[in-house]
Design a protein around this ligand. Sequence first.
Ligand code: DC
Length: 227
Amino acid sequence: MVIAIDGPGGVGKSTVARRVAADLGLAYLDTGSTYRAATLIVLREGIDPSDQDGILTALDTHRIDYGESGVTIDGERVADQVRTERVTANTSAVSAHPLVRDRIVAIQRRWVDSRNGRAVVEGRDIGTVVFPDAPVKVFLTARPEVRASRRARDAETGTATVDEILAALEARDSADASRSTSPMRPADDAEIIDTSDIDIEGVVGAVLGLVAAFEASEPEEIEGLGR
Ligand code: DC
């Protein structure tokens, strides 16, 4: 069973998804880190982020994977390197290419398959494209200024002001939501949760409530959840 958690940056997806996965004893996959790893390869190799063919050729020669300590490239742990401002600023462009997405989505689906299809998966298009049959789908939102001030508390945003972070977040949201392939949007059957005025405990509780409601309606899935 896949629990899909989508939404824009700074909304609390990672924290919530990790907590839900730990509570349910499921694997956790941060799909943004796989697009970030592709972007790190692009930047390291000096490829133009608008050059889809160049990116595909580079991806042919590297292996992106995801382990206990996060994303890897050819076995090298790059979880920190993929969170620099430079990578963040270029990931929307790299992830907008349809054939690049096909490659990365294949990695994500294989990874979940290797966990017997039991995982909490966070991203932008999990409920709509990657796992459209996920029985529990959540789309987290929050007011932009709330997301920017949350991001300002992350070490990765360095010395940037809240206004600068807000501008970068809005530019990224607009690129991610307006691309023609797999734009960021809630699935028709997703539960939309506005996290602006709810703390993490509250959001985790709401997601666990949805899982419990699903279990109650499909009792045979309880075993699948490992509980
Ligand atoms: O969740 P994140 O901030 O690490 O994601 C980084 C970028 O990756 C985001 O701006 C868009 C892209 N992304 C995507 O296109 N599809 C996903 N499922 C996850 C991330």
